[in-house]
Ligand binder design. Structure first.
Ligand code: PGA
Length: 233
């Protein structure tokens, strides 16, 4: 299983150093990927965890104030990078075309993209959820070779579930995973959206799930430990 931790815009340097100590105590055979803020990437110092980022520039380098390039991430030993998170699509108006460029930049630098897709509550009410994620997947992976596509990890994150405490039913998740796996049979697919140490008992019944993308829970090492233990049993 893959357990990707999205710290989002949290943890000062001091808080991050303390947090890392706690994270370092969790022992697991799962692949844990920590995605801190760009600044905290340079303070990363864990052996049992892989390093990820939360975003990357769609440009290789140059006059793009405030951006961080894939090459720069690579030079910090970043191995994974989240792209197309719904918060960036919403607050930074990130488009499918930009997300596609970001994925290309990452693959050029041997960084594995973790591509987030998911529908809003309104889209689900209109039963558009499958169309939405199919469109997001196709556009984000346009012009990639099959080999490049297969390297990308997909994270299905229903937007109405992120940070809300509400999770879809197991059947709803299964249906969405099957839709993704029909299009991309060889890709790893994660579930994200209010996954926690309690609902993991239900979630782990879904055999299509290859791992999790955790936001809120990533900030609580004690609860994260329980999550990982329950996943195993
Ligand atoms: P959450 O966030 O676990 O806090 O719902 C998940 C995410 O946004 O990646």
């Amino acid at each position: 299983m893959i357990i990707a931790l999205n710290n989002k815009c949290n943890l000062t340097k001091q808080e991050f150093l303390k947090y890392q100590e706690e994270l370092g105590k969790i022992s697991t055979k799962n692949k844990v990927i920590l995605c801190p803020t760009f600044l905290n990437i340079s303070h990363f110092d864990l052996n049992n965890v892989e390093l990820g980022a939360q975003n990357v520039s769609s440009n290789e380098q140059g006059a793009y104030t405030g951006e961080v390039s894939a090459q720069q991430l690579q030079s910090e030993q970043v191995k994974y990078c989240i792209v197309g998170h719904s918060e960036r699509r919403k607050y930074q108006q990130e488009t499918d075309e930009e997300i596609n460029q970001k994925i290309i930049r990452l693959l050029e630098c041997n960084i594995v993209p973790i591509l987030c897709v998911g529908e809003t509550k309104e889209e689900r009410e209109k039963q558009l959820e499958k169309n939405i994620i199919e469109k997001e997947l196709k556009k984000a992976l346009e012009n990639l070779t099959d080999e490049q596509k297969e390297k990308t990890i997909i994270a299905y994150e229903p937007i109405w579930s992120i940070g809300t405490g509400i999770i879809p039913t197991n059947n709803q998740i299964k249906e969405m995973f099957q839709t993704i796996k029909q299009l991309l049979p060889n890709n790893k697919v994660l579930y994200g959206g209010s996954a926690n140490e309690e609902n993991v008992v239900l979630l782990k019944e879904i055999e299509e799930i290859d791992g999790y993308l955790l936001g809120g829970l990533s900030l609580k090492p004690e609860k994260l430990k329980v999550f990982i233990e329950k996943l195993k049993n």
